[in-house]
Design a protein around this ligand. Structure first.
Ligand code: C2E
Ligand code: CA
Ligand code: CA
Ligand code: CA
Length: 282
């Protein structure tokens, strides 16, 4: 992407000019969205394969845009990562999740751990761990209810600092999941240096693995590796009963995907917690 001030727009083709304007517009809108609390957390359940029980949920943010309606995170998180707005969004997600966890506890429901996504760029901020810990304390939420999902890109820039941050988080009692596993080039080497508790096999590997022997071999080897390292393993993007059956035969611990449920709003997540039989994981 070209970096240029306003005055340089005349060098752009009209189409690029238009896109740059759209980007500026969205950036303005994102700032307003933070002020107006337009972000909404949805929850996608995770199910334990052997018991069929709800065992966790992933918090996935949506933007309720006043004109455009619900905006998908893929359409605004990348921009928010380039201009620093991601920190404010993560904070609002965390506050909302803490609020929901509190309401579940007040309703005498035993909440399942909620996984929160952290962007790789956030690991450049040495205060990240401290801020998360403070936020949870302020809301009286125990760290056992929060998992943090990170991707291996988080370390691309600064391995040592990232490892320190992750240690700070695990020392405080949070569990760490390595997200989108199997898509990078050095997946295995990160495992050696990272104190992670869980690996999430990326949806792109799960999509065809029941037909594709190469992907099947990858899934199999990731699960075997995780077993040897004592890590929990989650398969993402499970859409068919056949995929679930294969994963069960491979002793995959947990699954997440449309077969179980799409991400749902707070009210429906509450129903899942209070009546696990609504979960489609048997
Ligand atoms: P992700 O962390 O890999 O999250 C999983 C995405 O896959 C979610 O998309 C989820 O709705 C989708 N998904 C789950 N099961 C299935 C399935 O069976 N089939 C298909 N086709 N898709 C499935 P979503 O909610 O649109 O989020 C997209 C990405 O945006 C996330 O990918 C994550 O990287 C990012 N994201 C979402 N919320 C946050 C957030 O609060 N903070 C940060 N930093 N990133 C977020
Ligand atoms: Ca994730
Ligand atoms: Ca993922
Ligand atoms: Ca992903």
């Amino acid at each position: 992407r070209q970096k240029a001030g306003r005055n340089n727009f005349r060098f752009y083709s009209p189409k690029i000019n238009q896109r740059a304007n759209q980007q500026l517009q969205m950036e303005n809108d994102l700032h307003k969205a933070v002020e107006r609390n337009e972000f909404l957390v949805y929850y996608q359940p995770k199910v334990d394969v052997s018991s069929g029980q709800l065992c966790g949920m992933e918090a996935l943010v949506r933007w309720q845009h006043p004109e455009s309606g619900m905006v998908s995170p893929d359409d605004f998180i990348p921009l928010a990562e380039t201009n620093g707005i991601i920190d404010a969004i993560t904070e609002q997600v965390l506050v909302q999740v803490c609020g929901h966890l509190t309401r579940w506890q007040e309703a005498s429901l035993e909440p399942v751990p909620v996984a929160i996504n952290l962007s790789p760029v956030q690991f450049k901020n040495p205060q990240l761990a401290g801020k998360i810990i403070k936020q949870l304390k302020k809301n009286n939420i125990l760290p056992k209810y929060i998992e943090l999902e990170i991707t291996e890109n988080a370390v691309a820039d600064n391995l040592a600092a990232t490892i320190d941050l992750i240690h700070e988080l695990t020392d405080a009692g949070f569990s760490i999941s390595l997200d989108d596993f199997g898509t990078g080039y050095c997946s295995y080497s990160y495992l050696k240096n990272f104190p992670v508790d869980k690996i999430k096999i990326d949806r792109s590997i799960i999509t065809d693995f029941t037909e594709n022997t190469f992907d099947a071999a990858i899934v199999n080897s990731i699960i075997t590796l995780a077993d040897h390292l004592g890590l929990k393993i989650v398969a993402e993007g499970v859409e068919t009963a056949e995929q679930l059956k294969f994963l069960r035969d491979l002793n995959c611990h947990q699954v997440q995907g449309y077969l179980i449920s799409k991400p749902v709003p707070y009210e429906q997540a509450t129903e899942f917690i209070s009546d696990p039989s609504l979960i489609n994981g048997k």
